[in-house]
Design a protein around this ligand. Structure first.
Ligand code: PMP
Length: 362
């Protein structure tokens, strides 16, 4: 008996049951050490094996070679908002940001503290209902990098295809859709993600960085904020969040066993379609926030005809074991987060409930 709910929270969020069960089985005695993984040294061979396997699995899943490193850092995706300009924004260059939601705004606002910043495109007008067309993106004259947010957790929009800017390094915050579908990771010079949505528990931030970017940090930067220091030390410069990295490693093994990005991409597509179909077939009872060609397959945002109905929807769904559906206050309404670990049955249950709720209240 697990008594588990369908957890539609935006993050921290649902994890694969098999992963939780394995962690439970191994909790008291990790691989015959007589200790939990939380109690062993981060210098122990058992932990170094976890660290190395997790790096190798990420590179394998993203089809990246030796010109990339994977780092396991702390401070959340929010610390990356700061580290990126600190490491890469030089006085003669400009940091270019594409604004598609609250998180890209936060990233851009941090960069302003360190140098010149240019907004290369923004879909703020209309409250971030869409991703910009490529021809709307206007770079500055000397960009140090271009930053985008691949999936907008709050607004429920997602880049369907990524732009490329030649030699200008492309950097992406993929916190809410990393490893959710196949894409060409080699387009990116740096990808980062807080783990707590698609990768594992909170506490660790994954940074995938091209080798040629690593040594750009000005020597005056504090050690903990330098990519080169973390890379040279294999993410073991200081004590890493060992339990979180262990969990990420189990999630990556799980993802490989599911068939990798192609399989999970199809699965996520099918899951999201169930809920979007319920919206589209509701004759306007449910209205999606995102424009159709910008829709996210990870965070599905929609409204009901009134706030009273939204409250009732949330309360009834909770009673039926579907939790975490209340939307972010800046969008209102509902948000169903359907990350990799959300089973198809959870999305089917929500779609069925949406139709039933409309029948009774429409
Ligand atoms: N970027 C995105 C796209 C997010 O969804 C979030 C968290 N919801 C963050 C950044 C911030 O992440 P953290 O809490 O790990 O700093």
């Amino acid at each position: 008996m697990t008594n588990r709910v369908y957890n539609f929270n935006a993050g921290p969020s649902t994890l694969p049951l098999e992963v939780l069960q394995q962690a439970q089985e191994e909790l008291l005695n990790y691989q015959g050490t007589g200790m939990s993984v939380m109690e062993i040294s981060h210098r122990a061979k058992e932990y170094e094996a976890i660290n190395a396997e997790a790096e190798a699995s990420l590179k394998e899943l993203l089809n990246l070679g030796d010109d990339y490193r994977v780092l396991f850092l702390q401070g959340g995706a929010s610390t990356q908002f700061t580290m990126i300009p600190m490491n890469f924004l030089t006085p003669e260059k400009t940091a270019d940001y594409i604004l598609t939601g609250a998180w890209s705004e936060k990233a851009q606002k941090e960069a302003v503290k360190f140098g010149q910043v240019h907004v290369a495109a923004s879909t703020q007008e209309g409250n971030y209902v869409r991703i910009p067309e490529f021809n709307e993106i206007k770079l500055s004259e000397a960009p140090a990098y271009v930053h985008l947010t691949s999936n907008n957790t709050i607004f429920g929009t997602q880049w369907q295809e990524f732009p490329g800017f030649g030699d200008v390094p492309l950097i992406a915050d993929m916190s809410s859709d990393i490893l959710s579908h196949p894409f060409d990771a080699s387009k990116f010079s740096l990808i980062y993600a807080g783990a707590q949505k698609n990768l594992g528990p909170s506490g660790v931030t994954v940074v995938i960085i091209r080798q040629s970017m690593i040594d750009q940090a000005p020597k005056s930067l504090p050690s903990m904020l330098r990519y080169d220091i973390h890379a040279k030390n294999n993410s073991l410069y200081n004590t890493p969040p060992t339990f979180s990295v262990y969990m990420v490693n189990l999630v990556l093994r799980w993802l490989k066993a599911q068939g990798g990005l192609t399989a999970i991409g199809q699965h996520n597509e099918a899951k999201a379609a169930l809920i979007y179909d319920a919206i589209d077939q509701s004759s306007g009872f449910y209205t999606g926030h995102a424009e159709k060609n910008s829709r996210s397959r990870m965070n599905i945002t929609f409204r009901l005809p009134s706030e009273e109905l939204e409250k009732a929807f949330n309360a009834e769904a909770t009673k039926q074991g579907m939790i975490g559906l209340k939307g972010h206050r800046s969008v209102g309404g509902m948000r169903a987060s359907t990350y990799n670990a959300m089973p198809l049955a959870g999305c089917q249950a929500l779609a069925d409930f949406m139709k039933d709720f409309q029948r009774r209240n429409g």
